[in-house]
Design a protein around this ligand. Sequence first.
Ligand code: ADP
Length: 471
Amino acid sequence: QEVRSTIDYGMTEEMVGRLASDDQSLLHRARLLKRPVHSSKQVAHESPLPYPYYMYEVAVPVLDPSKEHMIACIYLVRYRDAFTTEQMSDILSFSHQLSLSLLRMGIYEEMIREKNKTTQLLNSIREAVVYIEHETDELLVNEPLMTLFPEVPTTFEDEERSAFEQAMQALADIIDEPAAFERYIEQIVELDLPKDSLIVSIRKHSTYIQIYAEKIEVDGLWVGTMLVLRDVTKETEAERMKEEFVSTVSHELRTPLSSIYGFTELMLNKRFKEERQRKYLQTIHSETGRLTTLVNDFLDVQRMESSEHRYEMTTFDVVELAQDLIEFYDVSHETHIIDFEARGPIMIDGDAEKMKQLLNNLLSNAVKYSPNGGTVLIRITNELGFAQIRIQDEGIGIPQDALPKLFDKFYRVDNSETRKIGGTGLGLSICKEIVKHHNGTIDVESVVGVGSTFTIRFPIAVISTILTYED
Ligand code: ADP
């Protein structure tokens, strides 16, 4: 419909312009007729020659494959002699070749466009995707796959094994228990597509991945398989928390409730001696205390999450605060020796009540999780501008694989020793929140059967630094 560009030789600009714009020109006739057109005419006075001459023109259209549109046109003009048959045949075959080349270029451009579209589509999916073409062993991966699993290589050196197998091996290497995954991949390789999805944990249970495979068919033929990997850590965590919440509530609420219910019923129905009665009442009292702690923990977590929690910030001596707390413990725990090493004052900015709650949680865990007694050592030191509090026990210890989840809500180490010792799995999650609000850090080191050490660090209050300096 329009002349987009011209390549010319031996023609004036004016001639080219006329050819393109004049609808009577040979070029336009070739376009309309969709075949080569000739013309010969005698020209009298016109340029480019000053005397009458014959002018022979030929326009050969280069048509698209459907032969419906002219995509280019070869225009030749010569003076005096007509084009020979041989010349004409050369021009025609050239136009034919040109049309084929343009066609190939068009297909290639279309392919590139399609490929870009597919790449963009794949990359816009949040899930990691691996596509394997069975016949050619071509492997396509999207960007999320490379971000989620940087361990998967993009070039494959081992010529013995397919790219797919090598990529899957790299994935298997980061899966905690790869047996099920390896079976899943084997099924795909053997073209026996697994129907269900598979959930695996990777990198030491820190992330959960759901995997499912989809068959890609072209004309009823299974040409490739798409493997989709979805990060389901949040969902899995929520599910785990729900399960643990139900199990905690059923155990921690039911046990004290049934003992309160049982003892009160007993006392209502029967008369007991004063001493006996007192013993029962003591049990009811301590079980009620347990329930109160539980409910308070629940509420604390809930409030902390809804950011309703208010912190009353003051500057106080953390050594003095710990000392008061330990004095109370000293008298109430005979099986444990509580050692305290600190030289105060070490001033920090914070909410004193919350700080008490934090130390209390850690201290009571240290006592609770050393059922055979032992020494609990609390040491507070000034470490280059930070108050460092270490609470070290000689208790049952914590298995290495439990450490990353220890501060999660409702998380409790899953073994018989911990189960025997009651708890809600909320204490440490509350500790973590309090520490976070005080710009501090909390860490744990532990050896099973030897003991655990919890270390918390807070920035020392500015005023305290000045006092130390003046000292
Ligand atoms: P709870 O004690 O109510 O179960 P926490 O959040 O305080 O909940 O602790 C979570 C888990 O961490 C406990 O169930 C226990 O398995 C483990 N834990 C905490 N402190 C210690 C410790 N000092 N020694 C051994 N295990 C501990």
